[in-house]
Design a protein around this ligand. Structure first.
Ligand SMILES: Cc1cc2nc3c(=O)[nH]c(=O)nc-3n(C[C@H](O)[C@H](O)[C@H](O)COP(=O)(O)OP(=O)(O)OC[C@H]3O[C@@H](n4cnc5c(N)ncnc54)[C@H](O)[C@@H]3O)c2cc1C
Length: 375
């Protein structure tokens, strides 16, 4: 089969790997507009379950990924001088750049052609030239836009602003920190992803953003302003920028995921708010699901049909949970009056994916402390 993949992010590379492993006769080309080292972002988060999926799908790249990762089991909620830790959560952080390097090498070893600095705008000619065209071209997908009448996309731009930094301050566990100043409330989502670096995402509502005059502040002043807001947490470590800019989260959905010989994957197809840390996980698991459908069907339209009908209910459920999580952070002003233990409990329950029994299994001492606090 001849496959053209637009986009060499996690979704496109992982799908290329699996399809080449399944049949080395496949002719697979990945078109990536950037160079091999030009990625953005810091660390990505995987749950224990996602790592097991990676191991089952491709043990070689899994072994390399897990050699470089940082694992933890605690979610820490920090407010004022207090920190509440909730244990029993299995997660790990990996550098996005390292992950992409591992996937690029693995794909090339298997015989995938990765064409860097190859931006594709003429989607139609790529489609005509192959059996399967994969739009793994991220949140602003050109493939999705070109065939919008088939995919029926909806894009909802959310009101909160967020910015993606790194720092050499190490946050051992997923650390959610809330700081208030005269402008309003800032939330930070942070976790270490290697031995020297943590991801540090800062989020605030539009009122806070305007009151703090971040609308007009340049990059250096923005960084130093945010360093001051989180001074007790960063403990003198600067924030590291990688072309970091304030953005609004965009919730992407598509009524249909495939038509004829074209399919979307990853962020091009759906997004889930970063507060449940799953953009990369979902992108890779999409690739696994699509490759599995091709193991069961030689016919492209049958494989695409099965992929969409099997995977869509899972993604819809996931997006619903991510929506609840996003709304919790958008409405943070409603929760900050809570004392730290109630705040931590509310945070753990926000997406509806963890119920009280599950939370008790993860950390019975935390649940006991919460029950004592509310009785
Ligand atoms: C600013 C920013 C920072 C982020 N940082 C992190 C982070 O630190 N950790 C994390 O977990 N998630 C991060 N994310 C989210 C994460 O990137 C995605 O959820 C995840 O990478 C989705 O994988 P993907 O393969 O679907 O898309 P992407 O990773 O976005 O990959 C799509 C690829 O397609 C390429 N492309 C796009 N259009 C074309 C074209 N026309 N021709 C050729 N190539 C094209 C792009 O260059 C890109 O490499 C970040 C997102 C943003 C916007």
């Amino acid at each position: 089969m001849k496959i053209n993949i637009i986009g060499g992010g996690p979704a496109g590379l992982y799908f290329a790997i699996l399809m080449m492993k399944a049949n080395p006769v496949n002719e697979i080309t990945v078109h990536e507009r950037n160079g091999p080292d030009d990625t953005f972002g810091w660390g990505v988060v995987f749950s224990g379950r996602t790592l097991r999926n990676l191991r089952d799908a491709d043990a070689e790249s899994h072994a390399q990924i897990t050699r470089q990762f940082e694992a933890w089991d605690n979610v820490d909620v920090v407010r004022g001088d207090e920190k509440i830790s909730v244990r029993g959560n299995s997660f790990s952080g990996v550098s996005r750049l390292q992950l992409l390097k591992i996937l690029q090498r693995r794909a090339q070893q298997l015989g995938v052609a990765i064409l860097f600095h190859s931006e594709i705008n003429d989607i139609e000619s790529r489609r005509a030239d192959c059996d399967l065209l994969v739009g793994a071209d991220g949140i602003n997908s050109t493939v999705r836009q070109r065939f919008a009448e088939h995919f029926g996309p909806t894009l909802s731009v959310r009101s909160n602003r967020y910015i993606w930094y790194g720092t050499n301050q190490l946050f051992h566990g997923l650390t959610l920190t809330f700081r208030e100043n005269e402008a309003g409330i800032f939330s930070a989502h942070s976790y270490k992803f290697n031995q020297t670096t943590s991801t540090f995402i800062v989020e605030c509502d539009p009122q806070t953003w305007e009151q703090a005059e971040l609308t007009t502040m340049n990059e250096a002043d923005t960084r130093s302003y945010i360093e001051q807001v989180f001074a007790p947490d960063l403990q003198g470590h600067p924030l590291l920028s990688n072309n970091s800019k304030w953005i609004n989260f965009i919730l992407v959905k598509n009524a249909r995921w495939a038509f004829d010989n074209v399919v979307l994957l990853g962020d091009a197809m759906h997004t889930a708010h970063f507060s449940i840390g799953s953009g990369t996980k979902l992108a890779i698991e999409d690739a696994i699901a699509l490759a599995e459908s091709f193991q069961r069907h030689d016919d492209v339209s049958e494989a695409l049909l099965e992929f969409e009908s099997n995977r869509k209910p899972y993604i819809e459920e996931y997006q619903a949970a991510a929506l609840e999580s996003m709304l919790w952070f958008e409405n943070i002003r409603q929760y900050l009056h809570l004392d730290p233990i109630r705040l931590a409990y509310s945070l753990m329950m926000r997406s509806g994916r963890v119920d009280p029994e599950e939370l008790k299994k993860r950390d019975a001492a935390f649940v006991a402390a919460y029950e004592a606090a509310i009785s």
